[in-house]
Design a binder for this molecule. Structure first.
Ligand SMILES: *[C@@H]1O[C@H](CO)[C@@H](O)[C@H](O)[C@H]1NC(C)=O
Ligand SMILES: *[C@@H]1O[C@H](CO)[C@@H](O)[C@H](O)[C@H]1NC(C)=O
Length: 423
């Protein structure tokens, strides 16, 4: 978010079964939903039954200052997941911050508690108050529950209600994302240690082996050029991008062979052309090659974002999406991939959803059978940009996460877009 077949099944199982786990466990796990692990074939994602599938879902942030999923002071996890399920969405992009994993490492391998996390982010009084509300709504938790255990509980419920989970590394330091001067922009920026990042990705990929619904992970949200760090700015290019994305993809694959790996582009993930066009990754002459992802070339998906909310021509918007990313799903791409629009969104008021941007997407996305996750589920945040209980006027849910903020849109065009995408 800126500014702000039998043979096939057999082959897949043989391909992906981690050597460390008993074969029995693996095959019983795969006999059931979600029929993973997923693989790509050309522009499609396929499950082990040979069915093509994509995502129609929403973003559930867990990367802000407290670094665990939002909304739990207002509603139970079961209630929130039921809301997602009620309109047919099949996926959640669950965001996390690398700082959470850094702190697990500095704390001797154990995550800090939600009590500590809330007090650190909200102060003693408000931290205690919000903790009380979370425990009242979610009695399975206690003051000593850790942040990672909250992620595990959210993942458990999403899996139980058969919602696919896509993990997204949204930022390094836990806070609202993204700007050009927030220290999280690009590899080597103030808070963006490449070593911590790849370690954090591997940690979450490994931890997610116990989440039945986890099928994919996004390596990094909205890479961008820093405005306040000249040394890092000098390395902002596709060549650097490729060096580190290969490292991160390998770290994830080493940790968890089942996951699809999403690659995101430059300038807040608004374009990823050299990857599917097969042109030079400048300033060098190297080019993207599936051979650089040995043994898991069929795990790569591209993601882009679009926030051209003021656009007044649907054909311009379609052209922009196509030329900057969706073209990778066509036979005119040099390198063909599935593509997902993992962020788009707008103010959930009475009129905005009727504009060109929203109505164009609600027909174009289903027509392309492109997957997507809207920004954002959250009706409010524990804290965002220094303000506690921040109201999210782009939220699908209202402030206390009890109902849709704009039911006319969610029950109307949005539900049609979900059905159109998944049918
Ligand atoms: C499903 O994916 C395969 C490639 O894996 C493709 O050949 C086929 O056309 C797709 N089917 C549908 C209905 O899109
Ligand atoms: C990387 O993680 C270590 C803890 O293992 C932490 O001390 C350090 O500050 C982190 N680096 C950055 C740039 O956040």
């Amino acid at each position: 978010m800126k500014f702000f077949t039998a043979l096939i099944a057999l082959t897949s199982v043989a391909f992906a079964a981690p050597s460390s786990q008993p074969q029995q466990d693996e095959s019983s796990k795969r006999a059931a939903w979600p029929n993973g692990p997923f693989v790509t074939q050309g522009r499609y994602i396929r499950d082990t039954t040979g069915k093509n599938l994509t995502y129609a879902g929403t973003n559930w942030p867990g990367h802000n200052d407290v670094m665990f999923p939002e909304g739990l002071q207002y509603q139970s996890i079961e209630f929130i997941v039921q809301k997602i399920k009620s309109i047919g969405m099949n996926a959640v992009r669950l965001t996390f911050a690398i700082q959470m994993i850094d702190e697990i490492y500095s704390n001797g391998g154990k995550d800090i508690t939600i009590q500590q996390a809330l007090v650190q982010a909200l102060g003693q009084a408000n931290g205690a108050k919000i903790l009380g509300q979370i425990l009242a709504k979610n009695p399975r938790f206690t003051a000593s529950t850790t942040r990672l255990q909250v992620f595990d509980a959210v993942a458990e419920e999403l899996s139980k209600q058969q919602i696919l989970i896509h993990l997204d590394n949204h930022i390094s330091k836990g806070m609202w994302c993204c700007s050009a001067d927030d220290g999280n922009t690009w590899f080597g920026d103030r808070y963006f240690s490449v070593a911590n990042w790849t370690r954090g990705l591997a940690y979450m990929a490994d931890n997610g082996k116990s989440w039945p619904g986890l099928v994919s992970i996004g390596l990094r949200n909205e890479l961008r050029e820093p405005s306040n760090n000249q040394a890092v700015k000098n390395t902002y290019n596709w060549q650097t991008w490729y060096t580190y994305m290969k490292q991160a993809a390998q770290a994830v694959n080493n940790a968890n062979k089942d996951l699809l790996i999403f690659l995101s582009g430059l300038n807040y993930d608004t374009f990823i052309n050299p990857v599917f066009e097969g042109t030079a990754l400048t300033p060098g002459n190297g080019r993207f090659s599936f051979n650089d992802f040995p043994g898991y070339a069929n795990k790569l998906v591209l993601e882009i974002h679009n926030y051209e909310t003021g656009i007044n021509s649907c054909s311009s918007l379609q052209n922009n999406l196509y030329s900057r990313g969706f073209k990778a799903m066509s036979s005119s791409a040099v390198n063909v991939f599935p593509v997902m629009l993992t962020e788009f969104g707008f103010a959930m008021d009475a009129t905005t959803y009727r504009n060109t941007y929203a109505s164009c997407l609600s027909t174009y996305l289903p027509s392309q059978k492109a997957g997507w996750t809207i920004w954002v589920l959250a009706g409010s945040y524990y804290i965002r940009s220094g303000r506690q209980d921040y109201d999210e006027d782009w939220g699908m849910l209202n402030h206390d996460w009890s109902n849709w903020r704009q039911p006319a849109y969610i029950n109307g065009p949005f539900t049609s877009m979900v059905r159109g995408t998944l049918n």
